[in-house]
Design a protein around this ligand. Structure first.
Ligand code: NI
Length: 155
């Protein structure tokens, strides 16, 4: 495993659309392992592959309730709305209030290509939305109603 540099705001790669993963090989497994190590070292709760410069639809999330890997994630159901403070490892020190669904259902594949669906709510749902946005070149500051200073989780 290896730590990979986290790309910061201003890096063009963060604004590009990531491509669907079609090959589930050792290279993908290594990318996922590196993303997990990078996320943990940075004390983040989530990381998307474009944040380490790789334009593939791969996300890792750990909000403290175990590690989840999502390859080619697609949010297929959403309900409710919660406004809460959000941060991003690619925009350190900046936080803002963002509206996200209270609950959602996401469909994805694991590192071997097996499809699964999972329901999420609260912070987990927020992290999934934040990371899926990264795969589409969208950052939380695009959606934040206001930018504040209070320290929160970064993803
Ligand atoms: Ni982020």
């Amino acid at each position: 495993m290896a730590y990979r540099e986290i790309r910061k705001l201003g890096d063009e790669v963060l604004r590009k659309k990531a491509l669907e993963v079609t090959v589930f090989d050792n290279r993908l497994k290594m990318l996922i392992e590196d993303m997990v190590e990078t996320m943990k070292k940075a004390n983040g709760i989530g990381l998307a592959a474009p944040q380490v410069g790789i334009l593939k639809r791969v996300v890792v999330i750990d909000i403290g309730e175990g590690l989840y890997t999502f390859v080619n994630p697609e949010i297929i159901e959403m309900s409710g709305e919660i406004i809460d403070i959000e941060g991003c490892l690619s925009i350190p020190g900046v936080y803002g209030e963002v509206a996200r669904p209270k609950k959602l259902k996401v469909k994805a594949q694991d590192e071997k290509g097996l499809s699964f669906e999972i329901e999420a709510e609260g912070l987990f749902a927020r992290a999934i939305c934040h990371e899926v946005d990264h795969l589409n070149g969208v950052l939380f500051i695009d959606k934040a109603k206001n930018i504040i200073e209070e320290k929160k989780d970064e993803a």
